[in-house]
Write a protein that binds this ligand. Sequence first.
Ligand SMILES: [Mn+2]
Length: 332
Amino acid sequence: MILHLKTTATEAQAKQVAAATSSVLFHDSTRHVLVTPSKLKSAPTQFESLIDSAFVMDNDLQLGSRNYIDHTRSVKVGSVEIGGNTNNTILIAGPCSVESEEQIRESATFMKSLGVTALRGGCYKPRTSPYSFQGLGLEGLKLLSKMRDEFGFSIVSEVRDATHVDDVIEHADVIQIGAKSMYDHGILRACAKTNKTVLIKRGFGTTLQEFAQAAEFVLSGGNQNVVLCERGIRTFETKTRFTLDLCGVAWLKEYTNLPIILDPSHALGYRYGISDLSKACVAMGIDGLLVEVHPNPEVAKSDAAQQLHHDEFTQLIQAIKPVAAAVGRTIV
Ligand SMILES: [Mn+2]
């Protein structure tokens, strides 16, 4: 259950209700909000005079639930709003990894020429092998900051573990929590303390309920700027890298109030079908699309097989625009 306290309730009173109901407490800038364990179905009568409204939930999908907020929340990606009253589908694009200043500048120059406003690039790579390229770390984040300053992008970059979460929060506009890190409570709690937008990727073995509950850690810590990103789950199929779960996207749209971004690149794992998949994603009326693009994918230090060449990405944008228009959305 979610309890909104009256704006006149003091911090001490809020803490008292929280202790009595075993609730998580945060302040959403207008009022104290308490989230009780979902088994609590009615507000305790002794605190009735402090409570403004109560929302009863049937499970621990609470702050992110449509039963709490019956529309998609408005969240900012840099200066661009998604969700809320907008029909925006934001394009987030760039290389898998920041590899050098020349490479990221070439990417940035190209993205700017296409009107892309959100540049992505990994600096701490959660690789499956310790012998693969691990990313440039802080040096990479500084290069991304430089690209923001020079070109005006918002920067999307990934956190791999809690040791550098503060560096990513400092340098990025959108903190991406990777599929392999979304259970890391150190990262989730650190992201809850900032107001920057947090993009949570679904783990490839994560159920939809677990995925939505990862977002609850950030929301209940006080940061309401959360978006969910489906990027493929592991199935019996081995011909593609993962299986993009569009059924799961339908569920997320129906039951959660968070903007949804899709990542076809990591799902398929190969260049050849990214454009077709992107059209399918956009047709679902999603809030954003995240695509890996590299100036020279053949020599990319990570995810070489799936990153698009620049001309392929130009064609992808042309391909998705009429699909977006057909479902009443605008690519931004
Ligand atoms: Mn990648």
